[in-house]
Design a protein around this ligand. Sequence first.
Ligand code: KG4
Ligand code: ZN
Length: 365
Amino acid sequence: MSSDLISSFLLPPSSFIRHSSFVIRHFPFFPVLLALETSCDETAASVCSLDGRILSSRLFSQIEIHRQYGGVVPEVASRNHITKVRPLVEAVLAESGIALPDVAAFAATCGPGLVSSLLIGTSIAKALAVAEKKPFLAINHMEAHLLSPFVELGKVEPGLGLIVSGGHTLLVRISGVGDYEILGRTRDDAAGEALDKTARMLGLPYPGGPEIEKMARNGDPAAYDFPRSRLADSPFDFSFSGLKTSVLYELPKLDLTNPQVLANVCASVQEAVVSVLVDKAANAARHFGLKTIAVSGGVSCNKRLRESLASRCQKDGLRLLLAPPSLCTDNAGMVAFAAAQRFATGMTSPLEQEVDPNWRIDALP
Ligand code: KG4
Ligand code: ZN
């Protein structure tokens, strides 16, 4: 962003909040952007200052709606996005004391994700940008996850990103905002996907990751020796499908009505996933000479993963940045923060930019 543009946002405040019959000038006035996240089954909106402070972040979780189907139903997700976006936008504007004309830019997740879901947030953000004559920013969902551990720092620093979400498991070299290199990826299931599928086999509800964590609390992580795929030919890639298959073969031998058996299986599955994630991240940091590990994505809510990463990083002399749990699972705060970082580099997106269900983090403009 040019310095002229920055200073134009710092001109005397034009933000007013209507309160009863009075019009109150709202101080201090921060230049802000508004971001929407509708890539899957969370409808979310956030207002963030252009220097990266999240002023308001709200979401409507559709988990209860999709639970009855055992997973996300795309058409149901997009229908719910349509009805929930507007109240969320109004709520985050009200909470941050910002009037729509004072929003400097509008951002939305444009991929990866479900096309029918991505289209809702993107179309609304573009429409707001056109109506308010402000720029639009297309944000990559994985970039938003990747940068979420930096929200507390308020800036992005070089390091190794570990993204563990429902659809992706990625090791990413972060050289700066928008400068990312994929160092490792899953060859089959993502970590979250493996946990969700395994939980389903065990008769646990969707989403499976938090259910496995809950059951694992009373279990023995060494009860079952589930596979930890090492992939000698590409040591920083992941494979979690063998774990799922191994649980499937074990199933006929298991009495899942016995709570201790279920707890032991869950603790052993969780341990297999956590140990692979921690080992590969720490080994990649050492191999590529990166001193910071920034961990993000829904699976990084998992306490066992957070504790295990913390002790390994302490042992290896690495700095660990963990996104707070509210920024781990899908939310718009992380999208707004990423948009603020991108806007500060001068990026805006053409209105013609289409949603991309497979948008790669290493193919960003
Ligand atoms: O990042 P996210 O909210 O959505 C995607 O972009 O995919 O991640 C969702 C994934 C799901 O697979 C869910 O089971 C997993 O994160 N998850 C967890 C926990 N909370 C969510 N996995 C393990 N432990 C948790 N506490
Ligand atoms: Zn996500």
